[in-house]
Design a protein around this ligand. Structure first.
Ligand SMILES: CC(C)(COP(=O)(O)OP(=O)(O)OC[C@H]1O[C@@H](n2cnc3c(N)ncnc32)[C@H](O)[C@@H]1OP(=O)(O)O)[C@@H](O)C(=O)NCCC(=O)NCCS
Length: 195
């Protein structure tokens, strides 16, 4: 099916959370969230759009770009919110690797004050379902720094398979050198583990 004809849910629910696409007007809370999270994201998410935001207008442009990418099926950025409080707890990114296979990639960050409560794992499992059930993924991949213990624990907890380890392949801004872990999950593996 052509990607523009896919009927995608704008909201997905889990036990504690809901994930939704961004929309015009999200910029105001996204701005304050971005300012609180810059140091938290600096080490492993230096290229994240959050790091570019310096005022309310820039935040609104970022969320409208997310919304536009969703409609164009270029990338799927989802805000993750707590059902009980509507507080933003995390962001999940689903990127398109290619529509041919199709293959997608997942990225995430936790709103720092909600780290360590299992929210990212819960949301990532839902994002994997989104990839396989709604986008028709054959394969989903994830990459993370081998020093990012919290990140690879999420991938492990979601049942993703560690497929490779590029050792000492990048130099960090602080001069340290680290490697890259490669994870993947195939449609057959996802289906086999679904109850
Ligand atoms: C990587 C990152 C997203 C992981 O977030 P996280 O909060 O550790 O992940 P989760 O929300 O799944 O929480 C897992 C933790 O919650 C704990 N937890 C507490 N209550 C829980 C519950 N009800 N259910 C499941 N886990 C629970 C788990 O034991 C686990 O803790 P542990 O790692 O100490 O064992 C976060 O550290 C982050 O934003 N880092 C900066 C950005 C980044 O690195 N992004 C990834 C780039 S690849």
């Amino acid at each position: 099916m052509h990607k523009l004809l896919l009927d995608l849910p704008n909201q997905i629910e889990t036990d504690r959370l809901y994930l939704r696409s961004y929309e015009a007007g999200d910029g105001s809370w996204y701005y304050s969230m971005s300012q609180k999270n810059k140091s938290h994201l600096a080490r492993f998410e230096a290229g994240n759009a959050v790091m570019t935001i310096n005022n309310l207008e820039e935040a609104e442009i970022v969320v409208r770009n997310f919304a536009a990418s969703w409609i164009a099926r270029q990338a799927f950025f989802m805000g993750v919110f707590h059902k009980a409080t509507d507080e933003f707890v995390a962001q999940i990114y689903v990127g398109v690797v290619n529509w041919d296979l199709p293959e997608f990639e997942i990225g995430y960050f936790a709103n720092q004050e909600y780290e360590g409560q299992g929210y990212v794992t819960e949301a990532t499992k839902a994002a994997l379902e989104f990839c396989f059930l709604h986008l028709g993924a054959h394969r989903v991949r994830l990459e993370c720094d081998d020093a990012n213990t919290r990140s690879y624990r999420v991938a492990d907890q979601c049942g993703m398979v560690r497929e490779g380890h590029l050792r000492e392949n990048k130099k960090n801004p602080d001069g340290t050198i680290s490697g890259t872990l490669l994870y993947g999950l195939l449609r057959s593996e996802f289906t086999a583990h679904k109850p």
